[in-house]
Design a binder for this molecule. Structure first.
Ligand SMILES: Cc1cc2nc3c(=O)[nH]c(=O)nc-3n(C[C@H](O)[C@H](O)[C@H](O)COP(=O)(O)OP(=O)(O)OC[C@H]3O[C@@H](n4cnc5c(N)ncnc54)[C@H](O)[C@@H]3O)c2cc1C
Length: 472
């Protein structure tokens, strides 16, 4: 990018918020897993919708590719320059646009700027005695614009749905610079295409989301959390069915974790974390029951579920968190599973979903297929069983060289995705497509669906400047 064009972009946000030296650019182009290193000539940090509109106008006029970036916690390289790309994409980072604009207790909505950190939105809802239920391990860093861009899931999906289900309205700037104000608080509006859904899960390929109106919920009066040990995914599925039957909508989380995932977390924990149940077990479940009335009611429901499951031989042991601090510790064990794999070396990762009832079969078949390729691989499997979503990650055998291990990556992906296909599942449950899975979905997705996506993209982004090379 020549200096004159750089200067024109920079003058829109002011020199202070335009970054182009290698040191300054580094945080915008580096991901937590270190898998997508690629250059960018410029990072802009706009402070207003008008500045974003001016940036996109100039980008469309000059054919400059633009990448919107939130908290940069995405796991598929969606918010980062293309590896082996042209190196001319500019970063537009939304972090300065982080105001909570309005909390409406009657409509049960919160309206925020898209650079707001997820945890700050949760806290603002809590201050108003409401719940914003989107909950991810990255919530202290990720932004709602990134959550919307990636249609993030997390641990609350079972009861409240994913990000798509939590958005009521959006404001977005189109690649051609027009601002679309769709910040509706309407629960009912049947006046044509639902445009907000175009931008949710689009991973920044159709425009930049600048504001969002989100759904709030009554805050549960009681929340009880159990840590359960059991022998198999089949037993976990049976427990899930019984818990749904007893608690209905009161079942607010159901997370499945393989023994090795738990051992990695305990081994690499930064804080003092105790093993909740002394005897080790092949599988664990975190089961949360909420009540709109009281913690006593939640506790009684949880005890009934566990007592019944124990008597029927479905579970081996269980412990209920006795304090908020212990609840936090149980959740930390689950949430730290992502990064606890890092010290164990290279990991080949999958974020897949299958129909809930097919999870045990998926695990049996995928395990067999993977171990046939790399017999000593360590399968670190955990995820949101209640949504049929597994983070099916495979750590390198002990003592292997990371590069040697990654030479099997494509073979392992293919084997796992073949089982996903057999189970009629999805190769991206909640992390998105980004640059990581673009070529995979081109091969696996229905051709008509891909054609519709290309038509929408071409009509909203005729110059092809919005996050090119991602998703499609
Ligand atoms: C420890 C850890 C745990 C995680 N747990 C989960 C989990 O449980 N569930 C889950 O779904 N994900 C999880 N993730 C992945 C990640 O946190 C989510 O995908 C999150 O939604 C990304 O938000 P972000 O602000 O970091 O977005 P970024 O990574 O910056 O961007 C993500 C995508 O959204 C686009 N984008 C960003 N901002 C905007 C905007 N304003 N307008 C339009 N497009 C935009 C980007 O271009 C990119 O394509 C986890 C990640 C980590 C590191």
């Amino acid at each position: 990018m020549d200096n004159e064009l750089k200067a024109r972009f920079s003058s829109i946000v002011g020199e202070r918020y335009a970054h182009s030296t290698a040191d300054e650019i580094e945080p915008f182009i580096t991901d937590t897993r270190g898998r997508y290193a690629a250059p960018s000539p410029l990072a802009l940090r706009p402070g207003t919708v008008d500045e974003i509109s001016q940036i996109l106008k100039l980008a469309t006029e000059t054919g400059t590719p633009v990448i919107p970036q939130g908290g940069n916690t995405g796991l598929v390289g969606g918010g980062l320059p293309l590896v082996n790309g042209a190196g001319n994409e500019i970063m537009v980072s939304l972090g300065r646009m982080n105001k909570i604009l309005d909390v409406d207790r009657d409509s049960n909505t919160i309206t925020v700027e898209s650079g707001s950190i997820l945890e700050n939105i949760q806290n603002a809802a809590d201050d108003a005695d409401r719940l914003f239920p989107l909950s991810l391990g990255s919530q202290g860093t990720c932004q709602i614009g990134g959550n919307i861009g990636s249609n993030a899931g997390g641990t609350g999906v079972l009861a409240y749905g994913n990000t798509r289900d939590l958005v009521m309205g959006l404001e977005a700037v189109l690649p051609t610079s027009e601002v679309w104000n769709g910040l509706s608080r309407l629960r009912k509006d049947n006046t044509g295409y639902d445009l907000k859904n175009l931008f949710i899960g689009a991973e920044g390929t159709l425009g930049i989301v600048t504001k969002a109106t989100l759904k709030l919920f009554p805050k549960p009066r009681g929340r009880e959390l159990a840590y359960v040990s059991l022998k198999s995914p089949d037993a976990a599925l049976e427990l899930l069915n019984r818990a749904k039957g007893s608690a209905g909508n009161g079942l607010t989380a159901f997370e499945l974790m393989a023994s090795i995932a738990m051992e990695f977390t305990l081994k690499h924990a930064q804080n003092a974390i105790r093993r909740p149940i002394q005897d080790t077990s092949p599988w664990y479940v975190l089961l949360e029951i909420s009540s709109g009335r009281s913690s006593q009611e939640a506790r009684a429901t949880l005890e009934d579920i566990l007592g019944d499951a124990f008597e029927s031989g479905i579970i081996d042991d269980a412990t209920i968190a006795e304090s908020l601090e212990q609840q936090r510790m149980f959740w930390t064990l689950r949430e730290d599973m992502s990064w606890a794999q890092k010290p164990e070396g290279a990991s080949i990762k999958h974020d897949i979903s299958v129909p809930v009832g097919s999870v045990p079969d998926f695990i049996k078949e995928a395990d067999a297929a993977v171990l046939k390729i790399v017999p000593d691989a360590r399968i670190v499997n955990f995820g949101h069983l209640g949504d049929g979503n597994l983070h099916y990650n495979i750590s390198q055998p002990v003592g292997w060289d990371a590069e040697d291990y990654f030479s099997y990556e494509e073979q392992v992906h293919e084997a796992v995705y073949e089982v996903v296909g057999k189970c009629k599942g999805s190769i991206s449950a909640e992390h998105g497509v980004g640059q990581m899975k673009r070529d995979k979905i081109a091969a696996l997705k229905d051709p008509t669906a891909l054609q519709i996506m290309r038509t929408i993209k071409a009509s909203l982004d005729p110059a092809g400047i919005m996050n090119p090379g991602k998703v499609i």
